[in-house]
Design a protein. Structure first.
Length: 126
């Protein structure tokens, strides 16, 4: 694959995190409320800032070259795992209400696999 094609693939992987990070940064009160609702953590604002930093910083690293891709992929995969376990725990949902969360859970597993592949490919290219 060409360098441009690999960059476009990494951009596609980063796009949900970029969109979410920019959206959260532009509506910080909403981001704080979301963190509070998902985690119950107080004060929620510092965690919301961390989420934004990981989403935007991890995306920037993923779009960089070389070893930075590994770090970006690891940050985003770790964030995705934690967020997925908190927000899409379909196994704890009542019968009939679990399908949407199960679908999202497995979509996020696929996204984490894609991040792993991006890190692996970047490691082989350096």
């Amino acid at each position: 694959m060409s360098g441009a094609a690999l960059l476009l693939a990494r951009l596609a992987l980063a796009s949900p995190f970029l969109f979410s990070g920019v959206t959260k940064a532009s509506d910080f009160a909403g981001a704080t409320a979301e963190v509070r609702g998902l985690t119950g953590f107080e004060p929620a604002a510092p965690l919301a800032m961390l989420v934004i930093a990981v989403q935007l910083g991890g995306s920037a690293l993923l779009l960089a070259r070389g070893r930075a891709v590994w770090l970006g992929a690891a940050l985003l995969a770790g964030f995705t795992l934690a967020a997925t376990l908190l927000a899409h725990n379909f196994w704890a949902k009542p019968e009939g209400a679990w399908l949407r969360d199960a679908t999202t859970f497995f979509e996020h597993m696929g996204l984490m696999a894609g991040l792993g592949l991006a890190a692996w490919i970047a490691g082989r290219a350096t």
